[in-house]
Write a protein that binds this ligand. Structure first.
Ligand code: ZN
Length: 219
């Protein structure tokens, strides 16, 4: 477990757990004045740690999800019950979070613990955030990434797996359309963030070749 400040306003919590395979899960806290936004939640088994990290940094304002997979949403029920704050995700992700239908690549519907408690990321909500939101479909239909404008930090969820030098695709069997996911990754060449921080792996510094190398290898 590790809480690291990656830029002036953005903190990353890294937790090692087993979700089928041993995996590191990153979640983030974005500080804005006295408030703090929680980006993804990780698993419920360390939701109390997430809650303490958020409160340590400020007054929790809302939970912003990249998508509805368990390793991103499992802590949401505990955090909502204890903090009484709204949870947001992209509109296109909400039917899957609600268990109304399974993800297109899965037979089973999701059980997230927060069905009908997650609201759509409307323009009115987004304009109150210190973050820009970009729809990056492919891993899931409503997957989004969050860009902290003044710090130029990009929180990319499962758009990529990353190590300190390069980008890799997310796990294929959990990805609805790998082709669409790889195309969505092109957004980094528009944003040109200083830092790309993904849910699984290490933070990467952006460079002009990062996406083209990734696309060349994996498309
Ligand atoms: Zn995922």
């Amino acid at each position: 477990m590790e809480l690291v400040q990656i830029s002036e306003h953005v903190y990353r919590l890294t937790y090692e757990t087993v979700v089928g395979i041993p995996i590191k899960i990153n979640t983030w806290y974005v500080v804005d004045g006295g408030g703090v936004y929680l980006i993804d939640t990780g698993m419920e088994d360390y939701a109390d740690t997430q809650l303490n990290a958020a409160k340590f940094l400020g007054a929790p304002k809302s939970i912003l999800l990249t998508h509805g997979h368990l390793d991103h949403i499992d802590g949401a029920k505990y955090l909502k019950n204890n903090l009484n704050i709204p949870i947001y995700a992209h509109e296109a992700e909400i039917p899957f979070i609600n268990g109304e239908k399974p993800y297109p690549n899965k037979a089973e519907k999701e059980i997230t613990g927060v069905k009908h408690q997650v609201e759509g990321l409307s323009d009115n909500i987004i304009k109150t955030l210190p973050l820009d939101v970009y729809l990056t479909p492919g891993h899931t239909p409503g997957h989004v990434i969050y860009h902290h404008k003044s710090d130029n930090v990009l929180l990319t969820g499962d758009l990529f797996f990353s190590n300190a030098e390069s980008l890799h695709p997310p796990i294929r069997k959990f990805t609805v359309s790998m082709g669409e996911n790889i195309n969505s990754g092109r957004i980094i060449d528009e944003i040109k963030p200083s830092i790309i921080s993904s849910s699984h792996g290490e933070d990467v510094k952006y460079n002009n070749d990062l996406y083209s190398v990734y696309k060349f290898i994996y498309e």
